[in-house]
Design a binder for this molecule. Structure first.
Ligand code: HPA
Length: 270
């Protein structure tokens, strides 16, 4: 794996001028952030050596290099999901590469179902912690000491300083903000009402199909993480209605400017 990470990193470095300081992973319906990046270069995933090959969805996305909030960033427009059939190593490979490129922080976004009854569809939730409900963990297998420790600490998965700054930014800009726990599971099915209830009972506020693997791998390499969920549908008893991927995308796109503003202002503080 190490050889592949290094190969991909050097391939990308040959194609860019500025080394990114921050990596950003854009979730479902949240690609709008890309429009405000001062663009330097885009590279399609299919053109990147060793990047996972797209399975189901035609073209899988691209890396965007440029400036946002005065910082050199690399954004993943489109991520790899476990439910698509990628291994956990494939899902998280780009995070490894971003670390080797030089990122000092990782920002992530996702669409999720709200299970805290105080949350409304269209709300934002800053992740203060997560629960890994995926059937596996991306760090299973032989540990590569050069990447990180065998038993990584997860007590500070989401950087408190970044969370506090983001809460202040949201308040200063009149954006309603929640802080909560994200449960990550495989999908691709949305949850049954009983599953939503179960996930609520074990302490989560929102549930989705991403983010957790990438954060685990980022923390393995000691990268401070910051993540935002858009609540795109409700898993609260009495509020549950049929949910489609299209609705998830629509709600996420509508809420996206609020998330972009928080990311941009937070970048300015780094
Ligand atoms: N459950 C799981 N993943 C999701 C949901 C949900 O309700 N909404 C958006 N992604």
């Amino acid at each position: 794996m190490l050889k592949k990470i290094k190969e991909t990193t050097s391939f990308i470095k040959q194609n860019i001028k500025n080394i990114p300081e921050v990596g950003i992973i854009l979730g479902t319906g949240l690609g709008g952030l890309a429009k405000v990046i001062e663009l330097e270069k885009t590279i399609k995933y299919e053109d990147i050596v060793n990047f996972p090959v797209s399975t189901v969805e035609g073209h899988s996305g691209q890396l965007i290099f440029g400036k946002l909030g005065g910082k050199n960033i690399v954004a993943m427009q489109g991520r790899f999901h476990y439910y698509e059939g990628y291994t956990m190593q494939e899902v998280t490979f780009p995070v490894r590469v971003m670390k080797f490129l030089g990122i000092k922080y990782l920002f992530l976004s996702n669409a999720s179902g709200g299970i805290n009854p105080d949350y409304k569809v269209g709300d934002l939730m800053i992740l203060k912690d997560h629960i890994n409900l995926f059937p596996t963990n991306p760090l299973i297998g032989k540990n590569i000491e050069e990447l990180g420790p065998r038993f990584p600490d997860m007590s500070d998965a989401y950087n408190k300083e970044l969370v506090n700054k983001a809460v202040d930014i949201a308040k200063a800009n009149d954006i309603k903000i929640n802080q909560g726990v994200y449960a990550g599971l495989s999908g691709p099915t949305f949850e049954t009402p009983s599953e939503y209830l179960y996930i609520r009972k074990i302490g989560a506020d929102a549930v989705g199909m991403s983010t957790v693997p990438e954060v685990i791998v980022a923390r393995h390499m000691a990268i401070p993480c910051f993540a935002v969920s858009i609540i795109t549908d409700s898993g609260v008893p009495g509020e549950i209605v049929e949910v489609t991927h299209q609705e998830v995308q629509e709600v996420a796109s509508k809420a996206e400017p609020k998330m972009t503003l928080i990311f941009e202002k937070l970048l300015e503080t780094l």
